[in-house]
Design a binder for this molecule. Sequence first.
Ligand code: PEP
Ligand code: MG
Length: 556
Amino acid sequence: MITIQGKGVSAGVAAGSLCFYRHAKSEVARTAVSDVEAELRRFRSAQEQAIGQLGVLAEKARVQAGSEAALLFEAHRAMAKDPDYEGAVETGIRAGVNAEAAIADVCGRFVRMFAEMDDAYLRSRAADVKDVSNRILAILTGTAQSGIESDVPVILAAEELVPSEVIQLDKSKILGFVTERGSGASHTAILLRTMGIPAVTGVYVGPENEGHELIVDGDTGTVVFDPDEETRARTLKKRDEQLAQQRSLLRLRGCDNRTKDGQSVRIYCNVGDPADTRAVLENDGGGIGLFRSEFLYLGCDDFPSEDKQFAAYKKLLTDMDGREVVVRTLDIGADKQAGYFGLPKEENPAMGNRALRICLERPDIFKTQLRALYRASAFGRLGILFPMVTSVWEVREAKKCCEQVKRELKEEGIACSDDVRLGVMIETPAAAVMSDRLAKEVDFFSCGTNDLTQYTLACDPQNAALGRFFDPHHPSVLRLLKLVADNAHKNGIRVAICGELGMDMDLTETLLAIGIDELSVSPRCVLPLRRKVRELDVGRSRGRILAALADDREPD
Ligand code: PEP
Ligand code: MG
């Protein structure tokens, strides 16, 4: 038994056998084949398997998300059987190259052909060709598309995983997670917390350890290799206790989020996948305060079409059944990268072309998303949130795009709500300082404290060397939040926190004293946070907390 200390980034314990994540291969080997007939058989067998897999996925999507969601897989299935596609691959093989290279060649040709078409629908077929080709290639090369080559749930290990890889994992197969690199502030960690998967970073686990038994303790940050009987029993006991504690919190479902002295706060949820609504409802989240829409873009290898996005937003709104849903417009950039955007490499991506900046520069991308959102608005209570704002003009320009999209939809006779509320994310010091003016432009604020903290302190949270310089409780951040809350209330709008700070229960009392109206957190934090809120008496502590903030003393 070996115990290694790392850093816990997602709470909980898990025990299971280790599976090493294999990143999808992007390079295809090209070889000459002498037995053409055998190679054709290899291709046809992989093609048949892919068609079978897509049938299963279509059925799963139909059951989980309705027939509209199943259409995507049906389209892929049709593409896999398409005579032109099949014929072109077979011609390549007959010319003497291996099936993998023939598929890659045909895929490249078809993608270029579709991408040049005028019709938006046909252009979006490029993504289908890529998806189908990747699926057949994965079968031929023996690379599991999910990156998990196991039928039973496992502890997954990797050197590092980016959010676009996490989003594609089959969550039902992961008990726990351990990586060599990464940080608690990364979006990979945020996703794992949302999924409730215990995770530790800073521990080396290589492919040579595959199959060994592992314990991952996200609370203490320890990883135990080949645990002895006693340790295993202790872990399982701890896991059972955690589950019992979670069950006891369920008694708080249906209760209000009111302090002892009667101050109410809304507790909403942060999610990145329409399927997460289940966790929101199970944990009695009041609504969705942040849907990170970029995860829809990271989960595929081409721009998601208007219809695909519409299906996702409609599902969110209908599943939430009248509860409010705030969708943040695309926030690509920094650690959330998608290659097909073709963005030039930047020296400093956190301060580069990201989020609303990209949307305002690329109105085609922005309007596709806004059309999907406004179409979906007919199915529930929608709010649209603009990320990475620094100036009033950006918000005005974004609002203009919304107006234009609404007008176009009405002209086309497509239903949309007249009551979509617009909000600004306060996640740059500029937006916080300008919040008096920004408050006159929108219906609500949502403070992105992850970015607000890094930009205010000029500290990269992923840089472990910065240690004590990165202090999320820094008075400068708390003072900015107070300024934003005051400006919001003076202008009659409400203010939320959707960054990780909202889940930090050491700060709940301070945030309520500041006047924050809503905390949007991981679904699993809703009930613990509700318990915390109900224990507080902010009426008694507010004066002391605000005086300490003004004096630049840490509140005690
Ligand atoms: C934030 O910055 O706090 C936020 C919620 O946005 P992101 O997705 O960048 O973490
Ligand atoms: Mg942010």
